[in-house]
Write a protein that binds this ligand. Structure first.
Ligand code: EPZ
Length: 429
């Protein structure tokens, strides 16, 4: 029953600091399984998906010491289990990364099929193709579990049929301790892939080419402990850029890597938003009406699919017709129904949404349909006339740290409330 209550109409102004990257953290924590000693991970975002990753590590047998809200020390040496059960795996997509790291360390893993945001079919065939190419045997088991086992992983060349972040991560995790060389072609190039490679190399792995579409991994016998700080979250930064622009605000977004934001910056500037870049910050100011614009999501360095719902709020308010095309996921427009309830004029046909800009949105009771869409609903609430109530906010808290605190510091009127279960007054739900 937890909700965000957002009163709209104000401009966001001031400064906000960006947390560590969720999608890097959920790859780096499973990678710790491969280490032969204690690892200290810094700049971890304090979010539900990180807690789930730590719960899985703990359940496998790792010893975890929380140093503070954003730093943990993990000793993976006592890990003795190789199974990730359904109740943990279903909470997030990245639980599948434990297949790669358990396989790399023990030659065996049993993991329940992963959960995560619902964007239509989310296969893991490319992950499994990679494990098989490295010499593992994949067997489906009862209750949605899969078992992946091998006597010895042996490096190989793997061409990915889809540019997949998850398959690239999982194959890297399995290959770093395989015998010989692995080459991943048509690999994903996202910043979190590079961050994972840097972490693996800090532990003594030999991974080259991350950030390009060919990654070469030479297997090593042992990995050591490491101290590592996670990169800033590209998507959280982009989300605050979109929120600043949507509210006609003036916000300095600190602790970012501006290079990671280039595709977002380019689109905001096309819409008439000013973006100033500094070494590790960007300032976003909007003083003019939003200009219509076409946006197409692509794998990195294209416009990120994980920014698609947030940019949709700007397109809803732009001065004319805009086309938003999703090329990564089959069904990432489920939030449009909620947006229409707020007065947005949007038509969806398959992977294309056409926005006819309106001058304002109006508050309505709405739902977070997934993580990024939920955050887009907060932005919609900030620009809408009236008070918007957003439910199913657990989606948002999987991936964003201190939502209420960060927006409030920028002058937003946002509250997180917990309503008792009987607050619906007996309505059918
Ligand atoms: C990662 O998901 C991210 N999650 C997603 O972010 C993000 O939307 C996505 O990459 C694309 O950038 C994490 O990093 C934890 P994919 P992932 O494998 O790895 C197809 C967020 O909001 N495909 O790159 O699951 C697939 O159907 C989340 O933070 C196959 O065909 O995505 C899709 O069309 C949501 N076979 C495309 O590739 C496979 O085996 C990209 O998927 C795997 C994927």
């Amino acid at each position: 029953m937890d909700r965000y209550i957002v009163s709209g109409g104000g401009r966001l102004t001031g400064e906000v600091g960006i947390s560590g990257a969720k999608n890097a953290a959920v790859a780096i924590l499973p990678a710790v399984v491969l280490s032969g000693d204690i690892c200290r991970i810094e700049n971890l975002p304090n979010i539900a998906d990180v807690s789930t990753s730590l719960d899985i590590l703990s359940m496998l047998g790792a010893q975890i010491r929380r140093i503070n809200q954003n730093t943990v020390e993990i000793d993976p040496r006592p890990i003795c289990s190789t199974m990730v059960p359904h109740d943990l795996a279903r909470r997030m997509r990245a639980s599948s990364y434990f297949i790669g790291s358990l396989l790399g360390r023990f030659g065996t893993a049993r993991v329940s099929m992963p959960g995560g945001c619902n964007f239509g079919v989310r296969p893991i065939d490319q992950h499994l193709k990679g494990f098989t190419a490295l010499g593992a045997c994949v067997s489906p088991m009862e209750q949605g579990m899969i078992e992946v086992t091998t006597d010895r992983l042996v490096g190989n060349s793997i061409y990915l049929d889809a540019v997949s972040v998850g398959a690239t991560v999982n194959i890297m995790l399995a290959a770093v301790k395989a015998r010989g060389a692995t080459v991943i072609e048509n690999a994903a190039k996202e910043p979190h892939i590079v961050d994972l490679a840097n972490f693996l190399n800090t532990m003594g792995a030999d991974v080259r080419g991350a950030g390009t579409d060919v990654i070469k991994i030479r297997g090593v016998e042992q990995l050591t402990g490491a101290v590592y700080s996670i990169i800033p979250d590209q998507i959280e930064a982009g989300t605050f850029m979109a929120a600043a622009a949507a509210t006609g605000g003036d916000v300095l977004i600190r602790n970012v890597i501006p290079k990671h934001l280039e595709s977002i910056t380019a689109k905001l500037m096309e819409m008439g938003v000013e973006v100033e870049e500094y070494d590790d910050a960007v300032r976003v100011v909007r003083a003019e009406p939003i200009r219509h614009c076409n946006v197409k999501t692509m794998p990195h360095p294209g416009f990120p699919t994980d920014m698609q719902p947030q940019i949709a709020i700007l397109l809803s308010l732009a001065d004319g017709t805009s086309i938003l095309t999703e090329t990564v996921w089959d069904n990432r427009f489920r939030y449009v129904e909620e947006l229409r309830r707020m007065g947005a004029q949007v038509q969806v046909d398959g992977k294309v949404a056409v926005f006819q800009g309106v001058s304002r949105l109006t508050a309505a009771p709405i739902k977070a349909t997934d993580l990024r869409a939920g955050m887009a609903m907060i932005i919609a609430g900030l620009v809408a006339r009236g008070t918007t109530e957003i439910e199913d906010i657990f989606h948002i808290e999987r991936g964003y740290e201190d939502v209420e605190k960060k927006f409030s510091a920028l002058g937003a009127n946002i509250r997180r409330v917990t309503l008792p279960d009987n607050a619906l007054g007996g309505q059918a739900v």
